[in-house]
Design a binder for this molecule. Structure first.
Ligand code: MG
Length: 374
């Protein structure tokens, strides 16, 4: 496996400092987009990727090792945030790719993205962990509305915010000639996938492509920090990493010559998963299984006429509730139901965590304020 890469990060034209970070350490590549008040965002992205720097990719199961590495970064960022009042609440996205032989492992949290360009076609390999993406998945807003939504950067998952983090992981097959792109939302917020594709398909040099993408994002406004890493897969049949690994303890055979099994990126369809998980839970573990499953879930619903956060799932089984109110708010449910994105609140809007549910409540509050003000 031979790769060639280019990288560029830029503060953009609207921000005072660059809170993005990147890691280019073949075979590991990553981008991170930090967030948090004061200097928090700046520290979070750098600390997270610094924590991943020790990763050497020599594990036999490098995919789970990469996920574990992001979990370690999560703990490191959280600990730094708890130790320093100025940094409290900081967090970061991480999108990382490990290229090995004829496949690449992608591990991802947040709204930075990975893409693959193959034969002139651009394919997004990651799913945004944003509130607007969740609303699109649930059919509450259209993809077009999501693209222009004022709160499109609200994350439903981030690194360094909670003691544990759910990391998306997928493995893709690689061919010679493939080009991978890692980028922060400062690129994708400014350029359409088509515009990104045009640059990647027309500029042969990976550094040149990185430079041109950043310049195009700035020309389109440069509203946010922009970071891009472009990785060209030159030859999947060459295996120089066998010799390159420091202190190589590897005794297994070289990567197999037949294509590696391909796992598609996860497509979370909440309603389907909820239903499937319920059925499985009922069959496999009965009532206690359902209760245990419900204990890991959250949603935003209505309690006594007000918007509230529930712990559990918004269904009844045999007439029994599987949730309880975890937090109440002063937001009138009737007002929220008048707003298009929140019309379904009486059914419950599911969330992956309490923080994600809180983000939904914050969004409802902002929407109610702007509806009342306008
Ligand atoms: Mg950003």
């Amino acid at each position: 496996m031979t790769v060639r890469s280019g990288v560029r990060t830029d503060v953009g034209r609207a921000r005072g400092r660059n809170e993005d970070a990147y890691l280019v350490r073949d075979p590991l590549f990553a981008v991170a987009d930090g967030m948090g008040g004061h200097r928090g965002g700046n520290v979070a992205s750098k600390v997270a990727l610094e924590a991943m720097r020790g990763f050497d990719g020599t594990d036999t199961d490098s995919a789970s090792a990469l996920v574990q590495d992001i979990r370690t970064a999560n703990e490191t960022v959280l600990a730094r945030g708890e130790a320093d009042r100025d940094l409290r609440g900081m967090g970061t996205t991480i999108t990382a790719v490990l290229v090995q032989g004829e496949h690449a492992t992608i591990a991802h949290v947040g709204d930075s993205r990975a893409y693959r360009l193959r034969d002139g076609e651009l394919e997004q390999l990651t799913e945004d962990h944003t509130l607007v993406h969740q609303l699109v998945e649930e059919g509450r807003i259209t993809a077009d509305q999501a693209g222009h939504h004022p709160q499109r950067s609200i994350l439903t998952r981030a690194v360094g915010v909670e003691p544990s983090v759910d990391v998306d992981e997928s493995t893709i097959e690689l061919r010679s000639g493939d080009r991978l792109l890692l980028c922060t939302d400062g690129l994708t917020g400014m350029l359409s996938d088509e515009a990104i594709r045009d640059v990647l398909a027309s500029e042969e040099d990976p550094q040149g492509a990185s430079d041109r993408l950043v310049e195009a994002a700035n020309a389109a406004g440069g509203d946010d920090n922009i970071t891009v890493v472009v990785i060209d897969v030159l030859d999947v049949s060459a295996h120089p990493e066998e010799a390159r690994l420091v202190g190589d303890a590897r005794t297994g055979p070289p990567p197999a010559s037949q294509p590696a099994p391909v796992r598609q990126p996860r497509r979370w369809r909440r309603a389907a998963i909820l239903t499937a998980a319920l059925v499985i839970a009922v069959l496999a573990a009965g009532w206690f299984g359902v209760r245990a499953y419900a204990n890991g879930q959250w949603y935003v619903g209505i309690s006594n006429g007000h918007v509230a956060i529930y712990h559990g799932i918004p269904v009844r089984v045999l007439g029994l509730r599987l949730s309880h109110v975890a937090a109440t708010t002063d937001l009138p449910a009737a007002g929220a139901e008048q707003l298009e994105p929140w019309a379904g609140i009486h059914d419950g809007i599911t969330a992956a965590s309490f923080a994600a549910a809180q983000a939904i409540v914050d969004q409802i509050r902002a929407d109610l304020a702007s509806a009342g003000g306008g």
